[in-house]
Design a protein around this ligand. Structure first.
Ligand SMILES: N[C@@H](CCC(=O)N[C@@H](CS)C(=O)NCC(=O)O)C(=O)O
Length: 215
C-alpha cells in the first residue's frame, strides 16, 4: 500500500502539504476531492475525515487530517533530517507556535476575506477583512525582524504553511514592499525554492475561480 493525499489544489492547506511532500521528495498518490462539486461529503470520504476537509492523508490506513498535523507527521516519519520540524524541544516549540499562529490568525484572515465573495455574492473583499489581512502581515513582518524565517534562522514547516496562505492572499491583496520589506524578501526567497512549483497550479485555479467574481 501507498501513502495517499486527498487534496484540492485551490485549497491553501492542501497546497502546504503538497509543498512539504515535494520538499521531502516523497512518493504520494494524489486523490483529488473536488470541493466545487461537494465531493468532500461523499460517505467514503466522511469515514476518513468526519470534518470533510482537505487535506486528508491516508498512510497505509493511518488517517490524518488537518494540514499542520499532516506536515508534522510527514517530517517526523519520513524526513531524512529533522530540519523542517526540529526535534530539539525549544526549536520545535517555536515551530509549533508559528503553526498555531497560522491556523488561528493567518489562515482565518484569508478564509474570512474570501467567503463573502465565494458564498454571499459580494463583489469586493470587504475593507474590514483587508484590515485583518494587513494586521497579519504586520505580525509576519515583526516575526521576520527577529529571525530570517518565521520560527528560526532556517526553513521549517511553519514557513511552508504560511507561504500557501500568503501567496493566496496576494491574488487579491499585494504585500506592500515599503511597509513589509522583510515579508516581501521572505516571500521571494521561498518562491525561488524548487518545492514552490507545486503551489502554482492551485494559485492559478484559485485566481480563475475568484477574480471573475470581483467587480
Ligand atoms: N485547518 C484545516 C483547514 C482545512 C480546510 O478548511 N479546508 C477547506 C478548503 S480551504 C475545506 O476542505 N473545506 C471543505 C468543507 O469544509 O466542507 C487544515 O489546515 O487542514
Amino acid at each position: 500500500m501507498a501513502i495517499s493525499l486527498y487534496y484540492f489544489e485551490s485549497a491553501p492547506p492542501a497546497r502546504s502539504v503538497l509543498m512539504v511532500i515535494a520538499a521531502l521528495v516523497l512518493k504520494v498518490d494524489l486523490i483529488r476531492i473536488n470541493l466545487s462539486n461537494k465531493e468532500q461529503f461523499a460517505e467514503k470520504f466522511l469515514q476518513r475525515n468526519p470534518t470533510h476537509t482537505v487535506p486528508t492523508l491516508d498512510d497505509n490506513g493511518f488517517i490524518v487530517w488537518y494540514s499542520h498535523a499532516i506536515v508534522q507527521y510527514l517530517v517526523d516519519k519520513y524526513g531524512r533530517t529533522d530540519e523542517l520540524y526540529p526535534k530539539s524541544f525549544e526549536e520545535r516549540t517555536r515551530v509549533n507556535q508559528m503553526l498555531f499562529f497560522e491556523t488561528s490568525i493567518l489562515f482565518p484572515s484569508l478564509a474570512r476575506a474570501v467567503r463573502p465573495v465565494f458564498y454571499d455574492n459580494a463583489t469586493a473583499v470587504p475593507d474590514n477583512k483587508i484590515k485583518n489581512i494587513e494586521a497579519s502581515f504586520e505580525f509576519l513582518e515583526t516575526f521576520l525582524s527577529v529571525t530570517n524565517y518565521l520560527a528560526s534562522n532556517h526553513l521549517t514547516i511553519a514557513d511552508i504553511c504560511a507561504l500557501s496562505t500568503v501567496s493566496t492572499m496576494q491574488i487579491f491583496h499585494q504585500v506592500n514592499n515599503v511597509k513589509y520589506p522583510k515579508l516581501v524578501a521572505w516571500l521571494s526567497k521561498l518562491k525561488s525554492l524548487e518545492f514552490y512549483n507545486v503551489n502554482l497550479d492551485g494559485i492559478q485555479k484559485f485566481t480563475d475561480m475568484f477574480m471573475p467574481l470581483l467587480k
